[in-house]
Design a binder for this molecule. Structure first.
Ligand code: ADP
Ligand code: MG
Length: 683
């Protein structure tokens, strides 16, 4: 059993370190390094090998060398701005150590005349003489210098030497933690302990060795701790007993038969999964994942119908009012006329709103659509049986949990997202939920033709869209923010709008981050009604809205976007059965690497595949804003390259769930890896 004191050292404040004062800890805190464990997880990126010594005659300018020299003569000019110098030599030549900011006393101390001193650093040249500016690695004890020194990504004000010293101190004092994994798991990593793994990880020669056992073990710990927390949440939700829904599948069939299309087999499969959950006696907490345009909405409406059939109310939340309204219209259209279907909208007058609230709390409304307003405190349901949330992939684990608590025990939860991500990442980000996936797209879809164009060839693009407009089609024109960090920088979109307006008078509108919500809704509605032809925007248009008449999307400065993002943007067209195109514009000729990336997009319309390729190139952290999702980025584990470890962790979690094992032995793991904020009350 674990003793708190075992890992107390690791969660201790930095001030307990010897030789570390307030100044240093403040600097580190600014980098979010608050305790000893945080420091351990700042891993060295590279190292400098100072172990081999050279003679002065063999020095190469611009390179790091370690030399043993004897200081011969000080030159301390008493003139401001002139550096202090020390002339040194060995038996083969001379070198000058130059100090720009150090005091005489300090220099006399580290470079005493006549003593043999080992120094290391980058060799420069000045007036035909070798020089070493502000040498940092200086010691009479050559063994202290002749080592491999880690290069940590440094905090300003803390030297590499001090940093290495602190880390060494921690590693020496590292407590031995009792093992939390069973033998069978440890065997996979050659039985290396957590402590030894950390030590190995900080050895310079091990940097980047991600196939070695110490790396694999620590990466596994990281994945496992995340999965364990997910599993605990899932277990808790599974324990919630609910009144099961009882419905009539013949009624469901009647609605499906009246659709203008038949469901794909994936749609049928996920509908079955959801129905099973609805009719079970435990609460559903399910994610419906499917690429843009895969047809998730109809599935959610059918599950809403079944829930209503069992005498419950359903609420559907969408990120924008327009999307909520589209869903509302679809429901009105395909569901039986005797159902009470409503929509809460910002535009409604107070009386209408009040009326809706009263009818909701009297169970006189069966199905309600709206934006997040639907979850305000004053909205009370009499008998809420299902919450459906569309396109909220930025909801973090905490938000989701709150949501599932909110509806009460009888309320099932269905989340929908069009963010196709590899399975390893889904397990990480959505591991607290059960998962349904629609992979296959409706058969009538024509592939979106994707082209790349230099911006200098804009005339070709204009010609192309003129033709499309003549055919009655509409166009999206996307301009990225020029500087990503400046969310208010819309200049490129504004400029393009002015430019296009002259060529297509009265046919162009503009939306950007500063457009008010009301105006945005008006513009989008007008676009939907085909009142103008070209919509210029930054990337503010949310996913999900169906613009059946828009079949061309032009994306400027396309290299500003990741592949997944481009795929999502492209998904705004090609939802109907028209031929559609996506034109990616670039400022200059593409490098071979960029061409490779763009070709992935041209050749595939499979969001899962594209995101996997994207992650291979860019790493997983950047993909579609998962940074905001509340899930901490992994430090070691990589969802693409460590797939095996993710699978192993999943298997181990399943085993633990099945055997009902006590998980208190994992407490340090969860505490240290700081996943505990999600479940404070773990045993
Ligand atoms: P998403 O999964 O991105 O939310 P939607 O549910 O908005 O996709 O569906 C996109 C379009 O595809 C809609 O116009 C919808 O009517 C249509 N659709 C859905 N399922 C099918 C199907 N099985 N066959 C043909 N069209 C379909
Ligand atoms: Mg959708």
């Amino acid at each position: 059993m674990h003793n708190e004191s075992e890992y107390k050292y690791l969660t201790s404040d930095l001030t307990i370190l010897k030789g570390v004062g307030k100044k240093t800890t403040d600097l580190l805190k600014r980098k979010k390094i608050n305790n000893i464990f945080d420091l351990l997880w700042k891993l060295p990126k590279t190292y400098t090998d100072r172990s081999l010594s050279s003679k002065i005659k063999d020095l190469r300018i611009g390179e790091n060398h370690t030399i043993t020299i004897t200081p011969q003569k000080y030159n301390f000019p008493r003139v401001r701005n002139l550096p202090n110098r020390v002339l040194c030599n060995d038996e083969t030549g001379e070198i000058e150590c130059v100090f720009f900011n150090s005091y005489e006393g300090y220099i006399r101390k580290i470079l005493p005349l006549g003593k043999q001193i080992t120094i290391s650093g980058k060799i420069g040249i000045f007036k035909n003489k070798y020089q070493l500016a502000n040498p940092k690695y200086v010691s009479e004890d050559s063994s202290l210098i002749k080592q491999k020194h880690n290069n940590y990504s440094l905090t300003e004000g803390i030297s590499e030497k001090i940093y290495n010293k602190i880390i060494n101190q921690i590693i020496n004092d590292l407590p031995i933690l009792s093992e939390w994994h069973p033998k069978k798991i440890l065997n996979k990593f050659n039985n290396i302990s957590w402590n030894d793994s950390i030590k190995e990880l900080h050895k310079p020669e091990n940097i980047g060795k991600n196939k070695k056992n110490f790396y694999q073990r620590l990466a596994f710990d990281e994945i496992f701790s995340t999965f364990l927390v997910n599993s605990e949440i899932r277990k808790k939700i599974k324990k919630i007993k609910k009144e099961n829904k009882v419905f009539d599948l013949i009624k469901q069939k009647k609605i499906i038969d009246q659709l203008t299309f038949s469901l794909t087999s994936d749609q049928k499969k996920v509908l079955d999964e959801i129905n099973k959950d609805l009719s079970s006696s435990t609460k559903m907490f399910r994610l419906l994942q499917g690429d843009v345009g895969s047809g998730k909405t109809i599935i959610s409406i059918l599950s809403a119908f079944n829930t209503i059939n069992s005498g419950f109310q359903v609420s559907v939340m969408a990120p924008t009012e327009i999307l909520a309204r589209q869903h509302f219209n679809l429901a009105k259209n395909i569901l039986p006329k005797n159902l009470n279907i409503e929509m809460i909208s910002g535009k409604q007058d107070l009386k209408t709103k009040k009326d809706i609230l009263t009818r909701l709390s009297d169970n006189k409304i069966d199905l309600i659509f709206g934006t997040h307003a639907i979850f305000q405190k004053k909205v009370n349901f009499k008998r809420l049986g299902l919450i459906i949330i569309d396109e909220q992939h930025k909801f973090g684990v905490n938000q989701r949990k709150k949501l599932s608590d909110k509806g009460g025990n009888n309320c099932d939860v269905l989340l929908m997202t069009a963010t196709p991500i590899p399975r390893t990442l889904t397990m990480t980000v959505y591991g607290d939920m059960d998962l349904s996936i629609i992979r296959e797209k409706p058969k009538n879809r024509k592939p979106i033709k994707t082209y790349s164009k230099l911006e200098s060839r804009i005339e070709d693009v204009l010609k192309f869209i003129k033709k499309e407009i003549r055919l009655g089609n509409q166009i999206f024109w996307v301009c990225p923010l020029i500087e990503e960090s400046k969310k208010i920088d819309h200049s490129s979109a504004v400029k393009k709008f002015e430019y296009l307006k002259k060529i297509f008078p009265n046919q162009v509108s503009l939306i950007h981050g500063k457009t008010s919500i009301e105006n945005k809704e008006i513009i989008l509605n007008n676009f939907l009604k085909n009142k103008f032809k070209i919509l210029v925007s930054t990337t503010v248009i949310e996913v999900g809205i169906d613009f059946p008449n828009a079949n061309v999307i032009i994306i400027e400065n396309a290299n500003k976007f990741g592949l997944s993002q481009l795929h999502q943007l492209r998904g705004r067209v090609g939802r109907g059965n028209k031929e559609s195109s996506c034109i990616l514009m670039f400022k200059s000729n593409l490098s071979n690497n960029a061409k490779k990336r763009i070709n992935i997009l041209k050749e595939s319309n499979d969001g899962f595949k594209i995101s996997e390729e994207d992650m291979k190139i860019r790493g997983f952290g950047d993909i579609l804003g998962f940074k905001q999702s509340g899930i901490k980025n992994f430090k070691l584990a990589d969802p693409i390259h460590d797939k095996d470890l993710f699978m192993l962790a999943e298997k181990e979690i399943k085993r633990i769930e099945k055997s009902n094992e006590n998980i208190s032995k994992f407490k340090p793991l969860i505490k240290l890896y700081d996943r505990a904020d999600i479940i404070n009350d773990i045993a």
